[in-house]
Write a protein that binds this ligand. Sequence first.
Ligand code: ATP
Length: 257
Amino acid sequence: MGIRLKIPKNHVRAASLRKREELIDAEEKGILAKAGLIAHGRGEAFDYILGEATIPAALFATRAAAASLILARHPVLSVNGNTAALVAKETVDLAEAIPADLEVNLFYRDRRRELAVKSTLVKAGASKVLGVGRRASAHIPELFSERRKVDPNGIFSADVILVPLEDGDRTMALKKMGKFVVTIDLNPLSRTSQAADVTIVDNIIRAMPNLTKAVEELRGLSRQELKGILERFDNRRNLSETILFMRDRLTALAKEE
Ligand code: ATP
């Protein structure tokens, strides 16, 4: 398939419309589940409120996320259909910069989608992809069906995990396993945003390259300095600032003549 809709370059929502077409294409190729399209729409609504821009609270969280990933003993980046469809190359770049393992982690897991996500990552330059086929043989306690499968050499044994656009039940189960959870989620009110240790409220399209940049910038710091960055970060406070930012932006828009 390919991009079918002709989007005029000067269309005010051209970038967002192009992303929608890419996601439809990914759904047709089996990379993305239909529900992934709906999840994207929920994200877009929050991005509209943010002004489709990275806000200071997101950059602050990005530095804390980078510090935690550099400090990790075994960091793993979880990749679902939306992540593969939108930022495969940027995710591979981040995995190389840290360095971290990449694991296919699907809410709607089936063999075809696992392989489609893996091959998207391999085409984007990944040399090793965990969580596919029999490799996904460990279970997240308290979850049922295919949603609970993880790789014993990946998420199961990781200490720090990046789980972008994740479902709340799984995030909470990962927290109960003692994982340090970093997420990227445009909705500051989602259970994932609220349960994670570090939440970057931003579009994954902007957040992923920002995170790689932060890893490259902070890599030279001592462990003590990195721990200091993490200690100064409070996820609840940062989420509150994000919600207040949204409120203030809406108030300003409402007052515009
Ligand atoms: P939860 O279960 O955590 O309460 P949810 O049911 O909304 O939340 P899902 O639909 O499983 O969660 O996950 C999708 C999440 O990803 C949503 O919160 C949505 O706002 C967010 N999201 C969708 N697209 C993007 C994107 N491009 N960048 C960042 N976040 C996104």
